[in-house]
Write a protein that binds this ligand. Structure first.
Ligand code: C2E
Ligand code: CA
Ligand code: CA
Length: 554
């Protein structure tokens, strides 16, 4: 199987034209040689046959060099066949005539052959470079693309196995790029060991992403597991006298030709989607691409398109869910929740589109939109309630952990003249996992501006209470999943009790969200939870209804 491909139709045609012209020149030179006394001329200009021969020789050489430039592999072969033929003719001619007349022609041919060798070697090297990964020496993405294209042309069953090293960023972050490179080279070496010329071809297609094309008797899942065993166990490399051992966690996704797709882009894309699913699955670290994945993927693309269009055409709006003090059912404020309503289409839930856009920069645009719109709309509510309410907005982990976030909040507050003490920003613990230092700095600065910070979905993740204690949080939001079963589940009840107790120790207030029944409400009241948000006292409502609620409360 070729490592690279420099063929295009046009180049092949140009090479053939050069070859035919070189043959024509060869025949012409033989004809001229058989008439040594002839004189060639146009008008008064005359050219003796020896000079004419020289001209034809030069043309022959140029044609051979051009052949190589157009197509160095086939061109080189044809040029050498042609030049060997010319040499044989010249030698036979000299022997027959018993003179050395063809010596200059032979010299010219040898010089041309050397030039061709140099040019074709350089072209071959630069082509190889273009398809080779600089770090590992494996095929790169381009090389893989050529390879798959030629496999597709063969029209035989094959599989693309995509490998992703899960914890690679941690290695780079914790040990440094030098060790990251060592890890990647080791992975490449393991893959090279499994490569053969017939049925296994390996490549590195991105940072910590590798791919293999397998065919013939090789079963792709077994192959993937073999690779994972080799890579995943532990890698030891000796560098400057150091022995290092890095454990890597690898996921694999498989797409098949022709079953899943018949072109390179889709085969790679689908194998990538399969890896994504393997990461989310619990049973296996290897996943085959299937129809369900394709449907989900297409829905994601559709949602992304919908969100982009809605941002331009303003199809988003906000609803407001009331929060109450638990003891006297006094209005504490509202959580703003985004909604998407296409004209003549259904309302799309944020549960569907937020996770999709969170993977891209679109989430930043959504957050900005919500911030601006919420402050603009809720200003009236705040005024009606004499600034005695809080309006909270959800901010994604990507946003709160970005350096420009506080400035954006400051500018929006200024532009809308919204009182900062009535603003609450809801973040989740994932924000701290992303970029802890920036997030903490941002949260601290927002607190000094008088803005409140709520930690959303508390109790679902991995943040321990002791970690939260050091964060400048003003409100803990107990997740609905913990409240759901509180009437029947003693463990949940104890857990909620502990969160409320600890929250108060940390000078935080505590709210329970997703409270649906009076029984849950009663229990939370007993546990001295401060606030409540849930269907039991109010579903998310449109702006006008929320305004009315403010009027009643004022
Ligand atoms: P969240 O921030 O945890 O929001 C609470 C969700 O629980 C809301 O769903 C709300 O309608 C729902 N909920 C509240 N009380 C009850 C209840 O008693 N029973 C039940 N079954 N559900 C209740 P929603 O509006 O569909 O939002 C879902 C998620 O989407 C939010 O979870 C949040 O993560 C995200 N989201 C919503 N709006 C925004 C936004 O403006 N910006 C960002 N970044 N994310 C948002
Ligand atoms: Ca929330
Ligand atoms: Ca929540």
């Amino acid at each position: 199987m070729k490592l690279y491909e420099n063929k295009t139709k046009n180049r092949t045609v140009a090479m053939i034209v050069c070859f035919v012209f070189a043959i024509f020149c060869g025949a012409l030179s033989m004809l001229v040689e058989s008439h040594p006394d002839a004189v060639f001329g146009i008008g008064s200009m005359v050219l003796p046959s020896t000079s004419f021969l020289g001209l034809i020789q030069a043309l022959k050489s140029s044609m051979c060099i051009m052949m190589v430039c157009f197509e160095y592999k086939m061109g080189r072969k044809l040029a050498f066949i042609f030049m060997t033929g010319s040499m044989i003719f010249m030698i036979i001619g000299m022997i027959r005539k018993g003179e050395m007349s063809a010596l200059p022609g032979m010299y010219n041919t040898v010089l041309t052959a050397v030039s061709i060798l140099i040019i074709s070697n350089q072209l071959e090297k630069s082509d190889k470079r273009a398809v080779t990964d600089y770090l590992t020496g494996l095929r790169n993405r381009r090389g893989l693309t050529y390879l798959i294209e030629s496999k597709v042309r063969e029209k035989k069953l094959f599989h693309v196995v995509y490998f992703e090293i899960d914890n690679f960023r941690t290695i780079n972050d914790n040990l440094g790029h030098k060790y990251g490179d060592i890890a990647l080279t080791s992975v490449a070496d393991h893959l090279k060991e499994l490569e053969d010329e017939e049925s296994v071809f390996v490549s590195r297609i991105g940072g910590a992403e590798f791919a293999a094309v397998v065919s013939g008797n090789i079963e792709p899942k077994t192959f993937a597991e073999k690779v994972m065993d080799k890579i995943g166990s532990s890698i030891t490399e000796t560098e400057d006298g150091f022995n290092i051992s890095i454990a890597l966690s690898v996921y694999a996704g498989i797409s098949s030709f022709p079953e899943n797709a018949e072109n390179v882009d889709d085969l790679l894309k689908f194998a990538d989607i399969a890896v994504f699913n393997a990461r989310q699955g619990k049973d296996s670290k290897v996943a085959f691409f299937n129809q369900g994945m394709r449907d989900r993927f297409e829905r994601q693309i559709e949602l992304e398109k919908m969100v982009k269009e809605s941002l331009i055409k303003d199809y988003f709006y906000l609803v407001y869910q009331p929060q109450y003090e638990i003891k006297e059912k006094k209005l504490r404020g509202f959580e703003t929740l985004i909604r998407l309503k296409l004209p003549d289409g259904p309302t799309v839930s944020p549960v569907e589109f937020i996770p999709v856009v969170e993977a891209s920069e679109l989430i930043m645009k959504i957050d900005s939109y919500v911030m601006r719109r919420a402050m603009k709309e809720a200003k009236k509510m705040v005024e009606l309630c004499n600034k005695n309410i809080v309006v909270s907005i959800n901010v994604s982990a990507k946003n709160i952990s970005s350096p420009g976030f506080v400035d954006e909040v400051r500018n929006t507050l200024e532009a809308t003249q919204f009182p900062p003490e009535c603003l609450e920003i809801e973040i989740t613990e994932y924000s701290f996992a992303k970029s802890k230092e920036i997030t903490i700095a941002n949260v601290k600065e927002l607190r000094t501006m008088g803005i409140q910070i709520a930690l959303d979905d508390f109790g679902t993740g991995y943040t321990s209470l002791s970690q939260v204690m050091h964060l400048p949080i003003s409100l803990l939001k107990i997740d609905k999943s913990l409240v759901d079963d509180i009437e029947n589940n003693q463990v949940n009840r104890d857990f909620v009790d502990a969160i409320i107790y600890m929250g108060h120790l940390m000078n935080c207030e505590v709210i329970s969200e997703g409270v649906e029944s009076m029984e849950q409400l009663g229990l939370l009241k007993d546990h001295e939870c401060d606030f409540v948000q849930g269907y039991v006292w109010g579903k998310p409502m449109e702006y006008d209804k929320a305004l009315e609620l403010c009027k009643k409360a004022s």
